[in-house]
Write a new protein. Structure first.
Length: 118
């Protein structure tokens, strides 16, 4: 059974950092791209970053502050978030896409809450 489980969310002060993890089971990351998405209350879900065999991409709003990486041996993808802003408070989800980031997300995790507040 294909499953994605996010972890690492929590409460952080503005300007702080968090590292989110997305652990995959039931499939190998080598055949999938993984995207990180977020959805704030009252707003549409947006993709903030994605990684596949061809490389990585980032939304303009997070470039230079967020870093996506993956550890194939652990079947896990990470999102390191620095210089967090209050408006980035949201539920963060990871999702798997077949092979490339340009494909649509097919499998989703349950999400992890990130709250940026003093």
């Amino acid at each position: 059974q294909l499953q994605l489980v996010e972890s690492g969310g929590g409460l952080v002060q503005p300007g702080g950092s968090l590292r989110l993890s997305c652990a995959a089971s039931g499939f190998t990351l080598a055949n999938y791209a993984i995207g990180w998405f977020r959805q704030a209350p009252g707003k549409e879900r947006e993709e903030v970053s994605c990684i596949d065999t061809r490389g990585t991409n980032y939304a303009d709003s997070v470039k230079g502050r967020f870093t996506i990486s993956r550890e194939i041996a652990k079947n896990t993808v990470y999102l390191k978030m620095n210089s967090l802003k209050p408006e980035e408070t949201a539920i963060y989800y990871c999702a798997a896409k077949h092979y490339y980031c340009s494909n649509r997300a097919r499998y989703w995790g349950q999400g992890t809450q990130v709250t940026v507040s003093s």
